[in-house]
Design a protein around this ligand. Structure first.
Ligand SMILES: [Zn+2]
Length: 293
């Protein structure tokens, strides 16, 4: 095996030689680490010959792409984890759509699932796709899995940057580093405009902030729609900021707190019929607070 093999090649070689470790840490941004993790775990359970995943054997057919259920970290609107396709030996964990962390309940559910013996093939694998969103409590729970890995099981963590993970977690994983590429930015023009205004928040004084919020008064329905857009754009803007800061090894506590406030704002707006202008005011204050640190 070449020592300067690229990250994807390292994983392919592990499959080809069947020398598969019990834990991997894939780091890097963009879709590649996730795509390669998926290919890797599908290769692990593939029972075909030649290049794995072979896309032809019963295991590959079970783990092939399809619409997957949306994970909910609280387990109320969706499962805590899912399988890859409907393959029972492949488990996928990620942060719930509106969550600011991978919840400890998800790690515990994964632990319980991995205590059960394999049901299909010789090996099984689990992926935690948003490992930078594991808090310390969850990482400690995960550490037990890493210290005493269940037999014939491979755990794959994916993170934008290894810096947010405990040294004890990192040291138990084979490290595979993918390139770090810049964040993708806003999705459309309206969002772009909001992001530009949000970028200027540090220079935005209190009167300007209140003036911005006052744009959301008047008839409730259109105002609520506009505030909902603001909350959506604010969430994306925060996520982008977290991504950049995590890679630069900077703290993100302020951003995570603001994210939680935006969630609560959304709830007030949608479920409690709150005044859109007041919701916008609270959201803008939280966003400004987050970046003032
Ligand atoms: Zn196969």
């Amino acid at each position: 095996m070449s020592t300067d093999a690229g990250p994807a090649q390292i994983l392919d070689n592990a499959i080809a030689s069947q020398r598969i470790h019990s834990a991997y840490l894939l780091s890097g941004t963009g879709p590649e680490p996730i795509e390669q993790a998926l290919r890797f775990v599908r290769g692990i359970v593939c029972v075909g010959s030649g290049t794995r995943p072979c896309e032809d054997c019963p295991a590959c057919r079970r783990s092939s792409a399809r619409e997957e259920p949306v994970i909910d970290g609280a387990g109320t609107k969706g499962p805590l984890y899912r399988h890859v396709g409907d393959h029972p030996d492949l488990i996928w964990v990620e942060r719930g759509e509106r969550d600011t962390r991978v919840r400890i309940g998800q790690v515990r559910a994964l632990q319980s699932a991995l205590r059960l013996r394999t049901s299909e093939g010789p090996r099984r694998a689990a992926v935690i796709a948003d490992a930078e969103w594991l808090n310390q409590e969850s990482q400690n729970a995960l550490l037990r899995l890493l210290e005493e890995p269940p037999p014939l099981t491979t755990l794959v963590l994916i993170t934008k940057s290894p810096a947010g993970l405990l040294a004890t977690v990192r040291s138990r994983c084979q490290r595979v580093a993918f390139p770090v590429i810049p964040a993708t930015g806003p999705a459309d023009e309206e969002t772009q405009a909001l992001w530009e205004r949000l970028d200027a928040l540090p220079e935005c004084g209190l009167p300007n902030l209140l003036e911005w919020a006052s744009e959301y008064q008047g008839a409730r329905a259109p105002a609520a729609t506009a505030v909902s857009q603001l909350l959506e754009a604010g969430g994306g803007w925060l996520r982008d900021r977290v991504g950049t800061r995590v890679v630069a090894d900077q703290p993100v506590q302020g951003e995570l707190e603001a994210f939680a406030t935006l969630q609560s704002c959304r709830k007030n707006l949608v479920q409690r019929n709150a005044n859109p202008r007041l919701v916008a005011e609270r959201a803008l204050f939280a966003l400004r607070e987050a970046i003032a640190r």
